[in-house]
Write a protein that binds this ligand. Structure first.
Ligand code: GDP
Ligand code: IMO
Ligand code: MG
Length: 462
């Protein structure tokens, strides 16, 4: 089989157009990394659910229950926080990799919820034994820190994500495999309790948490999740060798990445595509394509800079039509126009090969739509959102205004059926960030998807 693994982006391979190469390449299916290109909630789960039709295994590789991933199939709506969205397909395997911080209580609640909806994850959900565990110390600390920070709060989800990742890097964390063996768990919880209980009582005026209770509860939880726990790295290595196709499901978004985002108003993990390799325990040669999910406008939950934010009626209209309320915390999502410097940054730091543009339908009723093409900052033209927070604050978005299409797109099933002005808007987005469009989403349902990439369309059955 001719391999496209070294090929990046559109264009030619061995002098042949890619579409022709694909003809010679019957059976080739890429492993795809799907990441958020903005501040999260781009519709990653909808895109993952769709691309899952063309895959065998779906892998979460970072983040934790701070994620809220919504999938609508028929009349049913599912919101996943930890379990990969692919679990709804009865013939697919789902994996939670070592890069995730796992809350066992949340995991078991999601499994129980799946059972009530007639879905059985047993035998096809696997959890890495070296993923870190979110303990009550972490969520307590998360909330206490936010409360104390007052106006400077990050606006976290309160799910203990930051403190859990801190303990991991600080080498005092507890890992999933430890929950199955008291000899491992006891000394780790005791050491962690010492650090955090002192912090709670001295710095935050929060009651200490008894390590004996934590040890007892988490040994019990360990027994409940034991049937799902494996060495994920070994499992995925063998799966790739056997020709299985993978979809890596990112959480959060690029501008929430701890290195690339609007630090410190970010989450505590690397959300970028390269981390799919680290967080799944699989070498980067297994990653073929990187799909950047891009909302047709921009949203952000929590605090921190947002250059194209609309604090007016237009912002409220986007929120209302787009139903922009947090899937994890229920908070209002802040809304604004499409921001090319944000998605350009995502293009670079993720190495995007495709765009999946979602929620185009939300713009259906607008007379005109605006696109921020670049920023002006300290007399300079900026094409990328800057790394320094104060500099982001000084950026003025420069807009282009395009005519709206004033037509319902939710029933369109091919690119040709889309209104001309919607096509112009999409083309301008793709042109500004220099990445080809792989799919367009015009509604929350699985079939409200328009496939552009020919190779993709070939393997898909709805
Ligand atoms: P994620 O965190 O990136 O998976 O996104 P969320 O689930 O937090 O938020 C996306 C919301 O938009 C969900 O309620 C989806 O059901 C919904 N959604 C996804 N794609 C589309 C679309 O193309 N159009 C509309 N109107 N809704 C969509
Ligand atoms: P999905 O996967 C949107 C935001 C929080 C806060 C910041 C830090 O659904 O896109 P944390 O609890 O992670 O320490 O909070 O990150 N945040 C998200 N925003 N979507 C998410 O996930 C998010 N996960 C975290 O609102 O601003
Ligand atoms: Mg979400």
């Amino acid at each position: 089989m001719l391999s496209l693994r070294r090929k990046r982006g559109p264009g030619k391979y061995l002098g042949l157009p890619v579409s022709i190469v694909r003809l010679f390449n019957e059976g080739y299916m890429a492993n795809r990394v799907v990441i958020g290109s903005q501040w999260g909630d781009e519709g990653k789960a909808k895109v993952v659910d769709f691309l899952t039709l063309d895959a065998d295994i779906i892998v979460r590789f970072q983040g934790g229950a701070n994620a809220g991933h919504t999938v609508e199939v028929g009349d049913q709506k599912f919101v996943f926080h930890l379990i990969p969205s692919g679990i709804m397909h009865a013939d697919k395997v789902c994996v939670i990799g070592n890069g995730v911080v796992l809350d066992p209580i949340q995991t078991l609640a999601e499994i129980a919820d799946l059972h009530t909806k007639g879905i059985n994850p047993e035998g096809r959900l696997f959890i890495a034994n070296n993923a870190h565990v979110v303990l009550p110390y972490h969520s307590t600390l998360d909330k206490a820190k936010e409360k104390k920070a007052g106006k400077a709060a990050i606006g976290t989800t309160g799910r203990g994500i930051g403190p859990c990742y801190s303990d991991k890097v600080n080498r005092i964390g507890v890992r999933v495999g430890d929950l199955m063996d008291e000899r491992e768990l006891r000394p780790r919880v005791e050491a962690m309790a010492k650090v955090h209980n002192e912090e709670f009582t001295v710095m935050y005026d929060v009651p200490a948490i008894d390590p004996e209770v934590v040890i007892k509860d988490y040994l019990e939880l360990g027994q409940k999740i034991k049937p799902f726990v494996i060495d994920v790295s070994e499992y995925l290595y063998k799966a790739v060798k056997a020709g299985k196709r993978l979809v890596f499901e990112g959480a959060q978004g690029t501008i929430l990445d701890v290195d690339q985002g609007t630090y410190p108003f970010v989450t505590s993990s690397n959300t970028v595509a390269g981390y799919a390799s680290c967080g799944a325990g699989l070498g980067p040669t297994a990653l073929d394509e990187v799909w950047g999910v891009v909302k047709a406008y921009t949203t952000r939950v929590g605090n921190g800079p947002f250059p194209t934010e609309l604090l007016d009626e237009t912002g409220d209209t986007l929120r209302k039509i787009g139903n922009e309320y947090g899937a994890t915390t229920g908070r209002n999502r802040r809304c604004g126009w499409f921001d090319a410097p944000v998605v350009r940054k995502a293009t670079v730091v993720n190495g995007l090969t495709h765009l999946a543009i979602t929620k185009l339908d939300v713009l259906d009723t607008f007379d005109t739509v605006k696109i921020c093409t670049h920023y002006e900052c300290d007399g300079e033209k900026l094409e990328f959102i800057p790394n320094q927070l104060s500099k982001v604050g000084r950026c003025t978005p420069v807009y282009e205004e395009l005519p709206g299409w004033k037509q319902d797109t939710t029933k369109c099933r091919s690119y040709d059926e889309l209104p001309e002005n919607a096509k112009k808007y999409l083309q301008r987005m793709a042109e500004l960030v220099d990445v080809k469009i792989g799919m367009i989403s015009i509604g929350a349902k699985r079939d409200q998807s328009i496939v552009i990439d020919a190779g993709l369309a070939k393997g898909l059955k709805l």
